[in-house]
Design a protein around this ligand. Structure first.
Ligand SMILES: O=P(O)(O)OC[C@H]1O[C@H](OP(=O)(O)OP(=O)(O)O)[C@H](O)[C@@H]1O
Ligand code: HPA
Ligand SMILES: [Mg+2]
Length: 181
């Protein structure tokens, strides 16, 4: 699997150090607020799991699964809810945890949905931000790393469902895509 990676963009150590910082920052901001931390499956799973362990406050978690990429490296533009939340958002301070904000379509859909469900506040925390991919005007409140205009994999991020289990973020060798297209 590792021999299919052209280049490591963000090491495992750098990811873990950044998560400690983000966890500390969120712990200060959300102390006494009992936030609802919402992970967006599947990509956010490793980040969510590591981040909540660095948040030293009372919190609640829930998970939502949405998908817009399917087997492609380009967003379909249609965000599909695959699994909805179990928790009511009314009056809650919600922290959305994402692995990446790229076109912004997934997050703008979720922010609108959560506001319509009467969340008291909605904050976006993403491990990666790819500003060059943006199709709608939306910015994260907290971001771990800015990534360049390339399709990245690892640490939750997939290409046709593979590579989510890499502990680092990397770029695939071009021949891996060429095989499929
Ligand atoms: O800003 P955007 O262009 O909307 O892209 C970001 C979203 O796309 C990916 O999810 P995907 O739809 O591939 O589902 P997955 O998490 O199951 O891989 C990623 O995990 C984000 O949720
Ligand atoms: O660069 C990416 N890699 C994997 N999944 C993604 N979903 C949006 N952008 C990406
Ligand atoms: Mg995906």
């Amino acid at each position: 699997m590792h021999d299919e990676i052209l280049e490591t963009l963000i090491s495992e150590e750098a990811i873990q150090n950044k998560i400690k910082e983000l966890g500390k920052e969120l712990s200060v901001e959300y102390k006494e607020r009992f936030p609802l931390v919402v992970g967006v499956l599947k990509g956010a799973l490793p980040f969510m799991a590591d981040l909540i362990k660095r948040m030293d406050i009372h919190l609640e978690i829930d998970l939502m699964a949405v998908s817009s990429y399917g087997a492609s490296t380009v967003s379909s533009g249609q965000v599909k809810i695959v699994k909805d939340l179990d928790t009511s958002l009314e009056g809650r301070d919600v922290i959305i945890v994402e692995d990446i904000i790229d076109s912004g379509l997934t997050l703008s859909y979720l922010v609108q949905l959560f506001k319509a469900r009467k969340a008291k506040s909605v904050k976006i925390v993403t491990l990666l931000d790819k500003p060059t991919g943006r199709k709608v005007d939306i910015a994260p409140d907290l971001a771990g790393f800015i990534v360049p205009d390339a399709f990245v994999v690892g640490y939750g991020l997939d290409y046709i469902e593979r590579y989510r289990n890499l502990p680092y973020i990397g770029v695939l060798k071009p021949e891996i895509y060429e095989k499929k297209e």
